[in-house]
Design a protein around this ligand. Sequence first.
Ligand SMILES: [Zn+2]
Length: 63
Amino acid sequence: MPTYEYWCPKCKKEFELKRPFSDFNKPAYCPICNAEGEKLISNFASKTGFNLQVPGKPFRKQE
Ligand SMILES: [Zn+2]
């Protein structure tokens, strides 16, 4: 089962979720605050031809 990465705008943290590929487009909820997370696009996803972009990636720039 693939692992997907999400970004919680409330916690300002990434979290990961293992879920079937068929659930890829379903909302993911933060395990800490239960807010809806934003999907992060992994290399895996981009290679499969998805053309989804997460606008800005401030969490990446902070690192
Ligand atoms: Zn959260």
